[in-house]
Ligand binder design. Structure first.
Ligand code: G3P
Ligand code: MG
Length: 258
């Protein structure tokens, strides 16, 4: 059950642009990608922003933490220089800005809710609330169609945090959910059922052919991260994997799955 695009640009533009920025989304688009994954975390003032790491240092040359910095300050940070001088001054976008860019350009979103430690439930709830507001029209259309999982403009939530995803489900029940598991361990089916998830998202390096078959047999979508090698990508698709994200948007294009 996978109603979404099959090949998805990881963190916006994979490794071809500074991750989780509008420049990354623009880069993905320039390679023809109209499907994207990005990470969403809360600022100190409870605004969802695009960010992977809870601490600064890797993509932002600063000290401190996202959860202790306001969205306005984050918007003045340079999240582009680490990648290349041509991206200097690229800000940390808010989730709302990213959604606006994606909706304007017809880009589908796998919204990975990435709470800073200790902020799991709050992040899920707020991302759910904001998404429900930003997609009010699309949610109404999907509900009137009687096809709640139809890809008519609705994003997909994903998270490694069960609590975040549960709160997102409460806040925005119409937005479908995929549960992220680094490795598929016993109990996965119960967790997906509790979340009323439509898909399981997992690390392709730890996935076996047999597990892929089990997930599909149970009726779930199966998404893998992060697949950068074309022969491996072909193998996963043959195993029945529905979709994956890639850092190598230059090697694996949006039509790779045919
Ligand atoms: O959503 C799949 C993938 O992005 C999970 O890993 O660390 O890149 O967010 P990470
Ligand atoms: Mg991610």
């Amino acid at each position: 059950m996978w109603f979404y695009p099959k090949i998805i640009a990881h963190r916006g533009g994979g490794t071809l642009a500074p991750e989780n920025t509008i420049a990354a989304l623009r880069c993905g688009l320039s390679y023809g990608f109209r499907a994207v994954e990005f990470d969403v975390m809360l600022s100190a003032d409870g605004i969802p922003v695009l960010m992977h790491d809870p601490h600064f240092g890797r993509t932002v040359h600063a000290q401190g933490q996202v959860a202790q910095t306001s969205a306005a300050e984050l918007g003045r940070f340079d999240a582009g220089s680490w990648f290349g001088a041509g991206f200097a001054g690229e800000p940390v976008p808010t989730y709302e800005q990213a959604v606006h860019f994606c909706k304007t350009n017809g880009i589908w979103m796998n919204v990975e809710i990435k709470p800073a430690p200790g902020h799991e439930a709050e992040t899920g709830r707020i991302v759910g609330d904001v998404t429900r507001r930003l997609f009010a029209e699309e949610i109404a259309i999907a509900e009137n169609d009687g096809k709640p999982h139809d890809p008519s403009g609705l994003p997909l939530f994903s998270s490694f945090s069960f609590d975040a995803l549960m709160q997102a489900a409460r806040a925005a029940p119409a937005i479908p959910r995929g549960f992220l598991l680094d490795a598929i361990l016993p109990g996965w089916h119960e967790q997906l059922k509790a979340l009323e998830a439509v898909a399981l998202h997992t690390n392709h390096r730890k996935l076996s052919h047999r597990q892929a078959a089990e997930v599909k047999q149970a009726g779930y979508g199966l998404f893998c991260y992060t697949v950068n090698d074309p022969p491996r990508a072909r193998e996963l698709l043959e195993w029945g994997v529905d979709a994956f994200c890639t850092d190598r948007i230059d090697l694996i294009g949006p039509d790779f799955a045919g």
